[in-house]
Design a protein around this ligand. Structure first.
Ligand SMILES: [Zn+2]
Length: 274
């Protein structure tokens, strides 16, 4: 965790893992543990890829909370995605450190299967009201998407460490975290956060293929959402920047295959004609 999130934030308090009769819980410098000494989540792989069985879920997840939850704490529980989104995301960072980027991506993409899109990640303020349980793995996949957009792991790591340094032992709002990441990444993320944190819509990339022409646009988006995504055209990686309006990309030669990269939290659908 130190590699990605920076120094352990409670060094003076030590770190203890305490056996408990329930599954586990984050407590500052004293994580409770009851995962039956099995890898995975009580022996289950939440991602369905096999990678979830490479670590003891409760040790990694609850320890991850020392940074997001215990070091950086939400002011209002409506913003609890700051705790669970970043911590669920830390599971794949652990894999990234020990098994490489491919393992990490496969794991976090695998966890998309638990996303319900029932209610938004952010709950109602001043009502002791949490957002959706999607705060875990939709949260993790939002951050994984962001890593692709930043496309510079040094910078991404500096942002994750910077959050833990600049908000050290503080309570924060989601808005502060959103602004911080926008500013440090140099990417205008207003619509990105609005779409993913405050609506249940997953952007859908609609596209048509005609000979050497790719036509594409987003549906199920808020106004102004224009997140770039990577697609493989005939096996070659390209960035495209869809908006709500149709755009055309002329390819050098007939388009035989188009693969939308799963590292982005979007749906895609091939349609006959617009
Ligand atoms: Zn948690």
């Amino acid at each position: 965790m130190k590699y990605w999130f920076g120094p352990y934030p409670f060094y003076e308090d030590s770190f203890k893992l305490v056996e408990a009769p329930y599954l586990g819980m984050e407590h500052q410098s004293s994580v409770t543990y009851g995962n039956k000494y099995k890898n995975g989540y009580l022996g289950r792989d939440l991602s369905g890829t096999g990678w979830g069985l490479e670590f003891d879920f409760i040790i990694i997840h609850e320890a991850g909370h020392e940074w997001f939850a215990n070091n950086i704490t939400n002011k209002d529980v409506a913003d609890m995605w700051i705790h669970e989104g970043f911590t669920a995301y830390s599971e794949n960072l652990y894999l990234n450190y020990h098994f490489g980027e491919k393992a990490a991506s496969e794991y976090v993409i695998g966890t998309k299967r638990s996303i319900q899109n029932d209610t938004p990640l952010i709950g109602t303020y001043n009502r002791n009201n949490r957002g959706s349980n999607d705060m875990y793995y939709k949260g993790a996949n939002i951050l994984h998407t962001l890593r692709q957009l930043i496309a510079d792991d040094q910078k991404w790591r500096a942002i994750l460490q910077g959050l833990n340094k600049d908000f050290y032992h503080q309570t924060v709002t989601s808005h502060q975290v959103e602004t911080y990441i926008s500013e440090k990444s140099g990417i205008h993320l207003t619509q990105f956060w609005e779409q993913y944190l405050r609506t249940t819509m997953i952007p859908n990339l609609q596209y048509t293929l005609q000979e050497n022409q790719l036509r594409y646009r987003y549906i199920d988006i808020i106004k102004g959402f224009d997140m770039p995504v990577q697609v493989k055209i005939n096996g070659v990686l390209n960035w495209i920047q869809p908006t709500g309006a149709w755009k055309t990309l002329e390819n050098n030669g007939k388009i035989k295959t188009l693969d939308v990269q799963q590292d982005f939290l979007i749906n895609s659908s091939l349609i006959e004609k617009q």
